[in-house]
Design a protein around this ligand. Structure first.
Ligand code: PLP
Length: 422
């Protein structure tokens, strides 16, 4: 199936004549493995999906420049592919700035979007000529003015969807009605160069009207900034866009944003609209395939907690990836992953618990699941595993991270391969 191998950075990428179909490829990879020797977990990364997501973004929000939130997944091939598509980058630290700039990304395509920055990182941003930065407090402005006075500062306001999977406003964002105007005045008095307003409704947005409310605040504060004499020209809509099938869908969120820009800003072309999508780009391309390294039969009651199930069978499986690895998203990203046997058969199902490999009871992936019996050596498939997974995984207890296998179709390869970032 793979017709040639190419390099993206230092990583090998398999090029196929047609757009890769992830499931077919995974099945083929597993069938070709040595069953006894080769049981390592792997991540299939379909780069065509990255291009599809980019196309979807351009179709739904053509006026908004995406700045990929690098923290979501720093995988170098993913980041290089996005750079080749001319996406910008939201970086939270000096290291993230280096990741993208070492790939040849220009500083104008970088926003340092962490409102509370380390002083040495601010100096680093200055040395790299990264100017766009966010702030939400006066103390940060003092730091900025002593270290990087020529920066272009963007005020982050706290407008949140309280039902978002990961609300961010407890920690970041300035109260928009009273505190934000005061902070703009303080910035003016300090001689800070404020150029725009930003917000983040929370990662995994469930109520898209939060974008409308946030944009209403942006409009008021943007106009206030102009009255104060600032050269306002940026509105940054942060993240919150879904990475996979999710209600509300990306299309629903995009439609509310488009309508808000028309109603509130009459599609003002002098404003530079940006956003910081993370999971929107990172989640779907990554499919995790983990091996069943152990299986134990237990009384079903141990799983269902129902004493009536004592004489029925239940099963506990141990996979070679877990909560200390890719599934850290269970703890940090509030995800409830749902996997399935790679080769599904319509067999009898049993109460099931799926554990990670480490010696820690916290390391549980799925509980009270109904699933067919699996043998040691079989494979479980978890799709859409690219957001907030690899970025925070460890090798705790000596369990290696999954091996990455990158694939791309020839047409997509032709689109990106001439880019200097590849
Ligand atoms: N921008 C900032 C400042 C963030 O903190 C985050 C996530 O924490 C993102 C963007 C990306 O959010 P999402 O993955 O929801 O798109």
């Amino acid at each position: 199936m793979i017709s040639q191998m190419e390099l993206i950075g230092n990583n090998k990428v398999g090029v196929l004549p047609d757009a890769p179909h992830s499931l077919d490829l995974i099945e083929e990879i597993v069938k070709n493995k040595d069953k006894e020797q080769d049981d390592g977990a792997f991540m299939l990364i379909n780069l065509n999906t990255v291009l599809d997501r980019y196309e979807l973004w351009k179709k739904e929000l053509p006026m908004v420049e995406p700045f990929y939130a690098v923290k979501c997944n720093t995988d170098p091939v993913l980041v290089r592919t996005l750079a080749a598509l001319d996406v910008g980058f939201d970086c939270a630290s000096a290291e993230e700035i280096d990741i993208v700039m070492n790939m040849g990304v220009q500083p104008e395509r970088v926003i340092y979007a962490n409102p509370c920055k380390t002083r040495s990182f601010i100096s680093h941003a200055k040395d790299q000529n990264v100017k766009m930065m966010t702030f939400d407090n006066a103390e940060e402005l003092k730091k900025i003015m002593t270290i990087h006075p020529n920066s272009e500062m963007i005020l982050r306001i706290a407008v949140s969807d309280p039902t978002a999977t990961c609300p961010l406003n407890l920690k970041f964002g300035c109260e928009p009605v009273k505190a934000a105007p005061k902070l703009l005045t303080i910035a003016r008095d300090m001689g800070v160069n404020v150029v725009g307003i930003s917000f983040h409704v929370g990662s995994g947005c469930n109520d898209p009207t939060a974008y409308r409310v946030a944009l209403e605040h942006c409009k008021r504060l943007y106009e206030m900034g102009i009255e104060l004499g600032f050269n306002m020209h940026i509105i940054d809509m942060g993240g919150g866009f879904p990475g996979d099938e999710h209600r509300p869908s990306f299309e629903e969120i995009a439609s509310i944003i488009r309508q808000s820009l028309e109603d509130l800003f009459s599609n003002n072309e002098s404003i530079r609209w940006i956003a910081e999508p993370g999971r929107f780009f990172a989640a779907l391309p990554f499919s995790l395939v983990a091996n069943v390294i152990h299986s134990t039969e237990v009384p079903a009651s141990k799983i269902t907690k129902n004493s009536g199930d004592e004489d029925k069978p239940g099963f506990m499986y141990f996979l070679n990836d877990g909560v200390y690895g890719s599934f850290n998203c269970i703890l940090f990203d509030h995800v409830h992953p749902v996997g399935r046997p790679l080769f599904d058969t319509s067999a009898e199902v049993f109460p099931t618990t799926i554990w990670g490999p480490t010696c820690d009871s916290l390391d549980m992936i799925e509980d009270k699941k109904s699933m067919r019996h699996m043998e040691v050596g079989e494979w479980m498939l978890y799709e859409a595993m690219g957001a907030y997974t690899c970025a925070a995984s460890t090798t705790f207890n000596g369990f290696a991270r999954p091996t990455n296998i990158y694939v791309i179709g020839n047409d997509a390869w032709q689109i990106i391969n001439t880019s200097p970032h590849i």
